[in-house]
Write a protein of this length. Structure first.
Length: 41
């Protein structure tokens, strides 16, 4: 059975990886839409 530290570490990695993934997609979307005025600023 996994201990608390291992579980916490795996959750941290999963959340961090998801955030990095979505942030990367957001940057790519901004690059594609650079010609259009930004609507989220």
């Amino acid at each position: 059975m996994l201990n608390i530290k291992t579980i916490s570490f795996l959750i941290f990695l999963a959340v961090g990886g998801a955030l990095a993934f979505f942030y990367g997609m957001h940057i790519e979307t901004r690059k594609k839409n650079r010609r259009q005025p930004s609507t989220d600023e």
